[in-house]
Design a protein around this ligand. Structure first.
Ligand code: NAP
Ligand code: MG
Length: 527
């Protein structure tokens, strides 16, 4: 059964694509999608097939817009539906709606416990719809259904953890030395209208990380999902409406980064931008934001090292390192993408990781046997394959067996490159795919120097059972997260963010809320 069941919608998609000069070869395929009736929930098929609008001021708008972007399914390379590519004036409508909602006494005056209850209601709705959301995410992003389910559980945990902070936002009374008697205290106030701009690798979790802290602190928010993966955020908006948030408190708008994202970043009606994405776009957003002194937090790219010492548990290292780079097809900002191994165990560890890489089954994310799902898009697949070719041409050696994967799906073979060095592009630049670069080191000093020799500083892991060495190294690692004998773990209570060019600010934990709050100092003269 095709996803686009109604003739009306088929015509809408066909018209939109034709008007915007998309490849006409795509069109017949829309109507002959792979039959997944036995896997996909009916509610997922119905959701995918519905015309897609933007959620502005509590209404679904602009689904009949002229300008659209096709949404592809990475496993088949076929179009699932189209989303509006909003114009700058339509972005203005969203800002007006969010500003109005910020001034609305119903939202401004909502008591902390009521706000917490509403967030908990939302978390229950997300949980009730978790399988549906996981399937939508897997179809849209390509990722494995197991990974998508894990993403859902992490999103639910984030909402529940953050909901508890609603009643714990507090200022303090200060004992000041100014003359006379003064009552001096601080108030924490919502920063205002937040724009959340997010990438495609964990679309639902990224949406939650932007929307939920805004709601906890009493802000209002406009979310722009990545054009490649808008669907789970649009479904989340339906659940937000169902949870009862006042109109305009959460708005979800779609479009390209250069049009909609840039319009948000430079908009004087936005008080804070919460951005996750590449370092290059983060820099451009930061510059635009400064035109209006808009507050800005940036969660950017990474090239996170694993440092493996000879005393580590080798089996644990092999499984841990493979997972650190191949999870979510390596499309993880803190993926363990640079592996530094003590020379004595180098060959054994490389052989173990390469064997895991070669054993991963390349399949649709919805297939239970999937060990490695497709990447998010055709351009990204080409980019990652380009890096592998460049690494090999610069002298790296391939430790894995597979190379280019042919076919419609955007697959890249899990790849391990050895004999690399820190001047190579594959070592310096974020590939954001299932590609691990490996180097041997002689001693701790060399390992630390190589690991820190990067413009990024998001995560790092140390693999060793020497407690003294581990504690000695932790403060010397230039990264926002350090794991020991593990990699990629996260929790809503543990702040996440980068040193150096990996970003500004932290997400998760109490630290995240600071970025959505202003501090007001109050003085009352008691003399
Ligand atoms: P990206 O190209 O930077 O895009 C991220 C978001 O910014 C998308 O919504 C994009 O819109 C939008 N955008 C693009 N150009 C823009 C502009 N000129 N002005 C305003 N917005 C603009 O990144 P990506 O390729 O989607 O995601 C991968 C990157 O995200 C990697 O570098 C990864 O490390 C990073 N990431 C970081 C973290 C973290 O927490 N540190 C987490 C996940 C991912 P469109 O896509 O719709 O065009
Ligand atoms: Mg997609």
């Amino acid at each position: 059964m095709p996803y686009l069941e109604s003739l009306e919608l088929q015509n809408h998609v066909a018209d939109s694509l034709l008007r915007h000069n998309y490849n006409l070869d795509d069109l017949p395929d829309i109507f002959t999608q792979v039959d997944r009736e036995n896997i996909l929930l009916d509610s997922v098929k119905a959701f995918i097939a519905k015309p897609k609008g933007c959620f502005i001021g509590g209404e679904w708008m602009h689904s009949d817009t002229d300008s659209v972007i096709p949404v592809y399914e990475p496993f088949t390379g076929k179009v699932l539906n189209v989303i509006p590519n909003l114009s700058v004036s339509e972005v203005d409508e969203a800002v007006v709606a969010a500003r109005k909602a910020f001034a609305n006494p119903e939202w401004r005056g909502m008591k902390p416990m009521a706000r917490q209850a509403m967030l908990l209601r939302l978390s229950d709705l997300v949980e009730e719809n978790a399988e549906q959301l996981a399937q939508i995410e897997s179809l849209d992003n390509g990722k494995s259904i197991t990974g998508a389910r894990a993403e859902l559980s992490s999103a639910i945990n984030h909402i529940r953890y953050m909901a508890g902070w609603c009643s714990k936002i507090e200022g303090k009374v200060n004992t000041v030395s100014a003359s006379g008697q003064q009552h001096a205290y601080t108030l924490k106030e919502p920063v205002g209208v937040v724009a959340g701009i997010i990438p495609w690798n964990f679309p639902l979790v990224m949406a939650v990380w932007k929307i939920i802290p805004a709601l906890v602190t009493g802000c209002t928010v406009i979310l722009k999902p990545a054009e490649q993966t808008p669907l789970s955020a649009l479904r989340l908006a339906e659940l937000i409406a169902e949870a009862g948030f006042p109109k305009g408190v959460v708005n979800v708008i779609t479009g390209t980064g250069v049009q909609v994202g840039a319009a948000l970043a430079s908009h004087p009606g936005i008080n804070k931008i919460a951005f996750t994405g590449s370092t290059a776009v983060g820099k451009s957003i930061g510059k635009s934001a400064m035109e209006n002194i808009t507050r800005v937090s940036l969660e950017l790219g990474g090239k996170s090292p694993l440092i493996v010492f000879a005393d580590a548990d080798i089996d644990k290292v092999i499984k841990g390192a493979a997972n650190a780079i191949f999870y979510n097809q390596g499309q993880v900002c803190c993926a363990g993408s640079r592996l530094y191994i003590h020379r004595d165990i180098h060959d054994k560890v490389v052989a173990g990781i390469a064997a895991i890489a070669d054993s991963l089954t390349l399949a649709s994310g919805l297939d239970a046997s999937c060990g490695m799902a497709p990447l998010v898009s055709k351009p990204h697949q080409l980019r990652v394959n380009g890096y592998i070719a460049q690494g090999l041409s610069e002298g790296a050696k391939l430790a894995t067996k597979r190379s280019i994967v042919e076919g419609d799906g955007y697959f890249v073979a899990p790849t391990v490159l050895t004999d690399t060095h820190n001047a190579m592009a594959v070592v310096r630049e974020e590939i954001f795919g299932p590609v691990l670069v490996v180097q041997a080191f002689e001693d701790e000093e060399e390992a630390l120097r190589l690991a820190n020799d990067s413009s990024y500083g998001l995560g790092a892991s140390i693999w060793s059972n020497d407690l003294t060495r581990v504690h000695r190294l932790i403060p010397q690692i230039e990264a926002g997260v350090v794991w020991v004998n593990t990699h990629n773990l996260g929790d809503p209570s543990q702040p996440f963010g980068g040193y150096k060019q990996s970003g500004i600010g932290r997400e998760q934990g109490r630290e995240q809320l600071d970025m959505f709050l202003e501090t007001k100092s109050v003085w009352i003269d008691l003399n």
